[in-house]
Design a protein around this ligand. Structure first.
Ligand code: PMV
Length: 313
């Protein structure tokens, strides 16, 4: 018997970094997915296959022994077969670029938890999310859980550290053009960089957090009106705050400037220092924006909000 599940990637529309300090963020899932297939096998092994590598391991190993980006899958499989006399084979197929801040690892954890646990019976989305967050912690211990949450439930949501998530019920119809700088970055080191900024500029940082909170509040209203052009202005404003806290660089600024010219607004998404930016468009300026980046040989594509979240087959 095979069990299959897919989960979407994500974009942080507003509030990255400030969310770490308690400010509300807005995230959405995107129509690029990871699909995971799990199957019981006779041999008592955990076998994981993907485009980034293959591993075959005995169950029962400690996670600290495993030096592979595929370890969240091992963690999930190992947990589920602890008291079962079976092995598991897992296959991963992803449309989401790796390590670019687009939620590839969260989508892997969510689709992985669903495919693996469903081999042994029914399980609720809430339980799947819990296992997925545990699995993600094998890679980034301090994850807020926001990414796995949006990958599970899909759509667009507000998220804050204390109150968790709240889905935004209306369905915005904007398109996002995602542009990948292909500059490697680490969430952990960018979060430390912002921490340093906060320590050295306490007053300014508090003011920025207040400004970001106000901006997010305004955006929640604009989303109700589906006002893409005004939301674009807020995106540009958010980018200015990200510039001040030091997570941008010349290459990202160049990309953002191009995006801001042809679309309604553009900013970094995620931790910055590299990774991706996005530009917000509607049908009137989508092709033009995409073409500008393609003409300059940027790695870019367009996405829409995914409203399905986790899907199981
Ligand atoms: O890992 P990324 O690039 O999707 O960004 C993480 C978002 C931060 O706000 C920088 C950190 C966090 O835990 O929320």
């Amino acid at each position: 018997m095979k069990s299959k599940a897919s989960a979407p990637g994500k974009v942080i529309l507003f509030g990255e970094h400030f969310v770490v300090y308690g400010v509300k963020a807005i995230l959405c899932s995107i129509n690029k997915r990871v699909t995971v297939t799990a199957e019981k096998i006779n041999e008592r092994k955990i076998s994981i296959n993907s485009k980034i590598g293959n591993i075959v391991l005995d169950p029962g190993k400690s996670i600290s022994e495993i030096n592979s980006p595929l370890k969240p899958f091992y963690y999930l499989a190992n947990k589920v077969i602890k008291n079962q006399n079976t092995g598991i084979q897992i296959n991963i197929d992803s449309e989401i670029p790796l390590g670019a801040g687009l939620g590839s690892s969260s989508a892997c954890c969510v689709a992985g938890a669903a495919a693996i646990f469903r081999l042994f019976g029914e399980i609720s989305k809430e339980e799947i999310l819990k296992h997925a967050i545990e699995a993600e912690k094998t890679i980034f211990e301090n994850t807020s859980g926001a990414d796995c949450t949006v990958c599970t439930y899909g759509g667009i949501m507000e998220y804050d550290k204390k109150q968790g998530f709240k889905k935004i019920e209306n369905e915005p119809n904007f398109h996002l053009v995602i542009v990948n700088s292909n500059i490697k970055h680490s969430t952990e080191s960018m979060v430390s960089k912002v921490k340093q900024f906060e320590i050295e500029n306490e007053e300014e940082f508090t003011k920025l957090c207040d400004q970001e909170s106000k901006l997010v509040k305004d955006v929640l209203e604009l989303l109700k009106e589906n006002n893409t052009s005004k939301i674009g202005e807020k995106i540009n404003q958010n980018q200015e705050y990200l510039e001040i806290i030091g997570i941008s660089n010349n290459e990202l600024r160049k990309m953002i400037k191009m995006g801001q010219k042809s679309s309604f607004g553009a900013k970094i998404t995620g931790s910055g220092g590299g990774g991706c930016i996005f530009a917000i468009t509607n049908k009137s300026n989508l092709d033009k924006t995409l073409k500008e980046f393609k003409n300059k040989n940027y790695d870019c594509f367009s996405v829409k909000i995914d409203f399905k979240g986790l899907n199981t087959f």
